[in-house]
Design a protein around this ligand. Sequence first.
Ligand code: NAD
Length: 257
Amino acid sequence: MSGTAFNDGAVRKVGLVTGAGSGIGRAAAIEFARQGAAVAVLDIDVSAADETVEMIGRDDGEAVAIAVDIADEESVRAAVARAVAAYGGLDFAVNNAGMASHHRRLDQMTLDQFERVVHVNLAGTFLCMKYELPLLKCGGAIVNIASNGGLYAIPTAPAYVAAKHGIVGLTKVAAVDYAPNGIRVNAVCPGPTLTPGFEKVAAAAPGIDLIAMQASTTPLGRLATPEEAAAAAVWLCSDAASFVTGIALSVDGGRRA
Ligand SMILES: NC(=O)c1ccc[n+]([C@@H]2O[C@H](COP(=O)([O-])OP(=O)(O)OC[C@H]3O[C@@H](n4cnc5c(N)ncnc54)[C@H](O)[C@@H]3O)[C@@H](O)[C@H]2O)c1
């Protein structure tokens, strides 16, 4: 393969995507591979990660499945080390794995519920960055998948919104701290995106059609596809975004406007 963003014929870029067994993460892993990268597909659900690897393989792409629980430090350390060993380095990492939260107002939420959502989403992203940053090559890039909830309120989602705002904060600090190492760090903030994860949340929403409601409150009149959200992450990891660091890029069909 020659002349693609992640493979110029002489050098193939290598990277990892967390939560790549479904939704936005899977779409990102597939697109990186389509553009010539070798991709480590990390997920807590190993059979889902295997499926993504199979999909990439059917298209003659290069990928390997690796188990990880981003909420567990030893698991993250080992998974990042395995990803680096698999392809001999790390040019990019997309920290996408995360969980949705219970929909309730703050005073109705237990400390355990709050801490779990913040731990998986925020501490999980922190742990991934902690083990990726020292291994990333100069010229490398990290993209953290935050949310529109990283930029403004989503009613009845205090823990999720706090965690996603935290991810945007971590992204900005790391962008400044690691710029001297030639590493860029950005966040993508998707609006409602039609993934298996979102469909589960929608199915559990009592008495409302969440998908129709989100579509009707989005200026472009629909939800994003996983591929549309993933495309922003792939672009931010590419050299086409070589002077972009420390941003939180909305992919939200105009909601923020
Ligand atoms: N879908 C949306 O509307 C939307 C909007 C804004 C932000 N996001 C964010 O995008 C990211 C991906 O969301 P999605 O909708 O594609 O989700 P999804 O549920 O379809 O996929 C998430 C994947 O992450 C994996 N995962 C979950 N917990 C994990 C853990 N502890 N360690 C490793 N892997 C884990 C799951 O097994 C799954 O394969 C999440 O961070 C989510 O918060 C999604």
